[in-house]
Design a protein around this ligand. Structure first.
Ligand SMILES: [Zn+2]
Ligand SMILES: [Zn+2]
Length: 291
């Protein structure tokens, strides 16, 4: 079986676009990243500007130079594709469409997004609105270049997507029409109640994922430790080894044949100096190989 050398394992972080989108690639390269996640615009504003031809060209050029692969966009936190407020839903769909257009212009591999929140409505109605919102995007993803990844959430407040069943519900109803997939966030997974502290815990959680969603739909990991306990449904990221999940979990994630080659993006506190160390550490963990 082909085993990727550790220097080629896809490990990176959410880098900054201050100074232009291409800057995220340069920052990624400077911390030893082989992949990155970025925002394609200011994530706190509804209005966003389009990507110019020059920007797109420059981005592709720098991407080739830095050899950074599988670039992932994290969509705006304002977007709620399951919103029960008609005005908010309209704005969310519009903003998500724009996100797809910008990401496609840059030639990105993935758009990671939070499924939505039910705020004052039932979970079922929210899930159906998310499905409907996604199906409206069909013509924008027709070339199949950019894949839409549902991010597993911590289940904070009324947010949807912390149980595998919810993610499966959305996936089952959209995957025939759209390039879909899942991004598992280790902190969210843990806070949602899926224990991943030991190899046994990880195997049990991944088996459950496979049974309910299907492991072939897993395209990415957000790698974060957690300040809060398992099942707390509180989303607070911690540096690797400094939270309640602990290093044993990340060692296994990097060495297990099922998860080793899947792209990984850090969203831990501390910025570049910390990510530099964490990327190096994760690569070292990748020296081991567990079947
Ligand atoms: Zn995340
Ligand atoms: Zn989070």
């Amino acid at each position: 079986m082909h085993r990727t050398p550790i220097d080629q394992l896809l490990i990176g972080a959410h880098t900054s676009i201050a100074g232009g989108v291409h800057h995220a690639l340069i920052e990624g390269k400077s911390i030893g990243a082989t992949t990155i996640q970025l925002f394609t615009s200011n994530q706190r504003q509804w209005k966003s500007k389009t990507i110019s031809e020059e920007e797109a060209l420059l981005f592709r050029e720098i991407q080739e130079e830095t050899k950074i692969q599988k670039v992932m966009s994290h969509s705006s936190y304002l977007i709620n594709l399951g919103s029960s407020n008609p005005e908010n839903l309209l704005k969310s769909r519009e903003a998500f469409r724009e996100e797809i257009i910008r990401s496609s212009a840059l030639g990105l591999s993935f758009i990671n997004f939070h499924p939505g929140a039910s705020v004052g409505d039932t979970k079922e109605a929210c899930l159906d609105r998310i499905v409907k919102s996604l199906l409206m995007m069909e013509e924008y993803v027709e070339d199949g270049q950019v894949r839409l990844l549902l991010e597993s959430t911590a289940g904070q407040g009324s947010s949807i997507g912390y149980q595998f069943e919810e993610l499966a519900y959305i996936l089952e109803r959209t995957q025939a029409k759209l390039p879909m997939g899942i991004c598992l966030d280790t902190c969210h997974l843990f806070c949602a109640g899926y224990d991943i502290r030991t190899p046994q815990d990880w195997k049990r959680t991944l088996e459950e994922f496979d049974k309910i969603i299907g492991i072939q739909h897993l395209y990415a990991f957000h790698v974060n430790d957690s300040e809060k306990e398992c099942g707390s449904r509180k989303d607070r990221h911690a540096s690797l080894g400094e939270g309640k999940i602990g290093l044993e979990s990340f060692k296994f994630l990097m060495s297990y044949s099922v998860t080793r080659e899947i792209p990984k993006y850090l969203e831990t506190p501390g910025g570049c100096p910390m990510w530099d160390k964490e990327i190096w550490m994760l690569r070292e963990f990748g020296k081991n190989y567990t079947r």
